[in-house]
Design a protein around this ligand. Structure first.
Ligand SMILES: [Fe+2]
Length: 172
């Protein structure tokens, strides 16, 4: 029976040892991908993780530790583990936002650490619109053993306080 042209070409250009090695590599890749998938699926999540949002161009590390950069809007919440729903004490929570004049400035950056019960608070002016975007406060959460979360909070226009739990995923 004649060998189909395509198989004949493969057989001609790939010696048996090379074909066997290629098959082994493909099998190893398949097993690695399967292991990653099952690991992700096996993590039981008790609390819905906070949705990530864009970092934006104005993040700067090393913001001073302080709970207030102004007055008029108070944001509070708890840093939680998505896996257990338990509070995470000592999480670093960084905030940055535009000033009352609409410009980003070091005066409106802050770092706070969650308390023993996971609670945090951050006080500021009510953020302004920024180039057509709704008022928002940028937030970055980092804690040992957890993935870093970058998100944003969008206060309602008429409100002077908001409540936002920051739910982070454990590192795999
Ligand atoms: Fe922004």
């Amino acid at each position: 029976m004649p060998i189909p042209v395509k198989n004949a070409i493969v057989a001609a250009i790939a010696p048996r040892g090379v074909r066997r090695m290629a098959c082994t590599l493909m099998m190893l890749c398949f097993l690695a991908v399967s292991a990653d998938s099952s690991r992700a699926e096996s993590m039981e999540v008790q609390c819905r993780p906070t949705a990530p949002d864009s970092l934006g161009p104005f993040y700067k590390p090393g913001a001073p530790e302080r709970e207030s950069v102004g007055s008029g809007y108070l944001l509070t919440g708890v840093v939680l583990s998505a896996q257990t729903c338990l509070p995470i004490p000592g999480a670093r929570v960084e905030f940055w936002m535009n000033g009352p004049n609409g410009e980003y400035d070091d005066a409106f950056r802050a770092t706070v650490f969650s308390k023993q019960d996971g609670a945090y608070r951050f006080e500021s002016h009510h953020p302004k619109d920024y180039f057509g975007r709704p008022p928002h406060i940028h937030i970055r959460v980092s804690a040992d053993g957890f993935n870093t979360l970058v998100t944003q909070h969008y206060p309602s226009v008429q409100t002077s306080q908001g409540d936002l739990d920051l739910v982070v995923l454990p590192q795999p």
